[in-house]
Design a protein around this ligand. Structure first.
Ligand code: ZN
Length: 304
């Protein structure tokens, strides 16, 4: 049974660092630690040690939520459940990251994408409270999206890969060939932090707000948001990540998205109030780790 003393273990697994926490929500984080992402064994080893130490101090964990970079297998019925799927990240292809945790912890372990985790965190405590269908998009080093559809995180065949959709790419306006090793000029290939740095020779945070880079960036993000709006009919789209959270970008993205939708979606939220349709995360950069707590919490509420 869930009660005020329930403790969850949270893991936000990123490509460069893992953030771990123990607690039960935004106002009750009891401990937190960060580890560089090295090999799966070493990184998960640090996580296990951290949780064991905290269990001695604070008491037993009831469940663990693990929101991880992907691609990954989130389907408990699959033989490769809990594994990282083929990835360019050295050493992580087919790593059984849940299996490593499972050896040490005989409690529910919820495993999902970092962006699905962040979506659930925003639903539980952030800007998606009360919504039935919405999207959480991160635009940072990479681009990914999590979808919550009619009350459930969307997995489908594997899980959505919203960063890898094709976009219109005007080579006269933007001759940059793209940075995705699979598709070159997909959304992530054109608009990720990596793409911005490759195209302009400096990090996005260092480019002035009136730089042409942001017209181009806003157009790509708006194209993607228009596709998501037409496809899933989300009630809101939350845009986080290091690039997506830059304060000058969101107004441009809203304007361009409304232009691209061009009145076709006859909803007052888009026609008159797009400020409440396209928003930054309510939990800021804490969506991921708090989302992992929300995943853990949900794993106890689900029927077996
Ligand atoms: Zn791609």
């Amino acid at each position: 049974m869930k009660n005020s003393t329930t403790l969850y273990g949270a893991i936000e697994g990123g490509g460069t660092k893992f953030i771990c926490a123990v607690g039960s929500g935004p106002n009750s984080i009891r401990a937190e630690a960060r580890f560089a992402t090295t090999t799966p064994e070493e990184t998960i080893g640090h996580v296990i040690e951290f949780f064991h130490v905290q269990e001695e101090k604070l008491g037993e964990l009831s469940a663990i939520g693990f929101a991880c970079f992907g691609p990954l297998d989130p389907n408990p019925a699959s033989s490769t459940y809990g594994h990282i799927l083929p990835t360019p990240k050295p050493g992580w292809t087919n790593a059984n990251v849940v299996g490593l945790l499972r050896k040490e912890f005989d409690i529910p372990i919820a495993f999902d994408t970092d962006v699905n985790g962040a979506a659930l965190g925003e639903w539980r405590w952030g800007k998606a409270q009360g919504l039935q269908t919405f999207i959480y998009l991160t635009v940072g080093t990479g681009i990914g999206g999590g979808a919550y559809v009619q009350g459930n995180l969307l997995h489908g065949l594997i899980h959505p890969e919203m960063g890898h959709i094709p976009l219109k790419h005007d080579l006269e306006k933007d001759p940059f060939e793209g940075a995705c090793p699979f598709h070159n000029d997909c959304f992530e290939g054109l608009a990720s932090g990596v793409a911005i740095e490759k195209r302009w020779g400096m990090r996005g945070a260092l480019l002035m707000p009136d730089h042409i880079a942001w017209d181009i960036e806003a157009d790509y993000i708006a194209q993607a948001l228009t596709s998501y709006t037409m496809t899933l009919s989300p009630q809101r789209i939350i845009i986080g990540g290091g690039v997506g959270s830059l304060p000058h970008l969101l107004p441009q993205v809203r304007k361009r998205t409304r232009e691209l939708i061009n009145g076709y979606i006859q909803s007052p939220i888009i026609l008159e109030n797009i400020e409440s349709y396209l928003v930054n995360p309510g939990l800021g950069n804490r969506s991921g780790v708090l989302g992992a707590i929300a995943l853990a919490e949900q794993s106890l509420q689900k029927k077996p």
